[in-house]
Design a binder for this molecule. Sequence first.
Ligand code: HEM
Length: 413
Amino acid sequence: MTATHRPVPGERHVRPGFLHSEDDGIRTNGFAEWDRLLRETPRFESDRQTSPEPNRLWYLLGHDDVYAVLRNTELFSSRGFTHTDFESDYMMIPSEYDPPEHTRYRTILNPFFSPARIADREDSIRAICRELVGNIADGGSSCDLLDDFALRFPTSVFLGMLGVPTENLDTFIEWTHRSLHTSQSEDPDGTIRDAADRAIHEFLWEVALERRVNPRDDIVSHLLDCRVDGGRPLEKKELLGILYLLFLAGLDTVSSMLGWSFTHLANNPSDRQRLCAEPAIIPSAVEEFLRYYSIVIMSRKVTRDTDAYGCPMHAGDRVIVPLATADRDPDAFAAADQFVIDRSPNRHLAFGVGPHRCVGSHLARLEMRIALEEWHRKVPDYEIPDDERSELRVGMFTISLEHVTLAWGGATS
Ligand code: HEM
């Protein structure tokens, strides 16, 4: 496609000190600011230090660049991006492995998350959702969508996949919150986060020990049954590295996407009315939410000196590729800046691309579809009260809303 919005080719851009998670423009204007950066400087470097070694940071924003970086695992490695560092040789699996080791773990995870296995779960997932929505709708005329629904729903589904009773739900939610959302000022030396991560690991290991004795039809029993490297079972740290990643990757992403989706529908009544009148468009609405509000910002490490994409990168530099800019790039999508509820085709990159493409995408889509179906059957009309506009939460890896207050049935707060 012809680039019409690009600056002069070959022009080199530097944004001194830029780091997206601390940038006022992104923290205030969110996706609109990513759009502006894409228009003005689709490739730029920052001298911001993000590790003890001297390195540079490169931002590649355009769709084709993002696509190419994520597929080139030989030049752009996923190593060393663990969320937690409370154990020295700890790896989140499979996300921190590059091929070919990565393939060993994807091969054992893929079957559990295949379209058919996930479709088998639809009834039980719908039952969880119905109960949550029923309690909210019967319990009043307003809620915090994130706290009351969007986090509880995927967390309950995850506990179900672990085969763990939902009486542990509140503890899990608290751990997730402490692990992912404790700010630097609340927890300068990381004690709160490490304690939460340790508690999550201890909990997961207890479940594993129990399943060794009493296997069931759940993910932990499946992983205990798997064999790698020609016949050995997974080691403890491998098992925990996988379960912990599933926990982190599956809960916050879905809840964040639901936050953006419901905020959009509250602010755009015509889209909401169409979705209620024609529930058959919900699957395509889900895809458009994923494209228009692509929350994940990915990082890779450069493995050797290169001039890829006209950028003189050195081994050890870090490349940031935000999926939001890829998915809102006018060179890749017609009317990219508009939300088109029945957009087709819609080949967005919200789940990534290449070997690390999201293993939970079928589950995520199902959860989002069921959430939208069940909620709108029960509460078709709602709004965000004027004094309840949400702040953005911009981290290194995602962009989310702090809270989403919804009111319905005449309630204004
Ligand atoms: C709407 C919700 C979700 C979004 C937007 C999302 C997005 C992503 C993206 C962009 C990646 C690629 C990361 C990379 O290339 O480094 C990824 C990987 C992953 N996701 Fe998701 N995800 C979602 C839900 C889930 C769910 C529900 C699960 C499972 C319970 C899950 C499990 C994973 C895992 C295990 C990986 C690592 C895959 C690998 O490295 O091979 N995700 N996800």
